[in-house]
Design a binder for this molecule. Structure first.
Ligand SMILES: [Cu+2]
Length: 155
């Protein structure tokens, strides 16, 4: 069923002939960007955020970049025997009308070759490139997700 629906969405996307660059791309909302601190001189860290797709078509996060890191990759975590390993992914899908959460243990934005340590409370810009929504810049706060956002998800 899910494959069938995905097929329909892809067909709709192909039929939609307006150039992607001409669209304002308002369908994707980026919420709660945060990153792990990088203690102990580590040159790597990860950023996380929540993607809401308010549109009628699937979209994909294709890449990201940040001035604090030499390179930025999209990763997921897969179980390899008893070991959890990070793997690069070409894209992160956001289905129409749904939410994709990048969080520890799953999809994340890998910051490689940090130019300076990330300390709790630091902020840095992160540019996201989506297949349809185009480019989006967000400000990432370094710290735990709850600590960085007073209006967290506790009820
Ligand atoms: Cu990673």
């Amino acid at each position: 069923m899910k494959t069938f629906l995905t097929g329909l969405v892809l067909a709709a996307a192909v039929a939609w002939t307006v150039p992607a660059a001409a669209q304002s791309g308002g369908a994707i909302e980026v919420a709660e960007p945060w990153a792990r601190p990088s203690p102990g001189g580590s040159k790597m860290s990860a950023a996380y955020l929540t993607l809401h797709n308010k549109g009628a078509a699937a979209d994909q996060l294709l890449s990201a970049s940040a001035p604090v890191a030499e390179s930025v990759e999209l990763h997921t975590v897969v179980k390899d025997g008893d070991v959890m390993r990070m793997r690069p992914v070409a894209e992160i899908e956001v289905a129409p009308g749904s939410t994709t959460v990048l969080q520890p243990g799953g999809f994340h934005i890998m910051l490689i070759g940090l130019k300076a340590p990330l300390k709790q409370g630091d902020r840095f810009p992160l540019e996201l490139t989506f297949a349809k929504a185009g480019q989006r810049q967000v400000e990432v706060t370094v710290g735990a997700p709850g600590a960085a956002h007073g209006t967290g998800h506790r009820h």
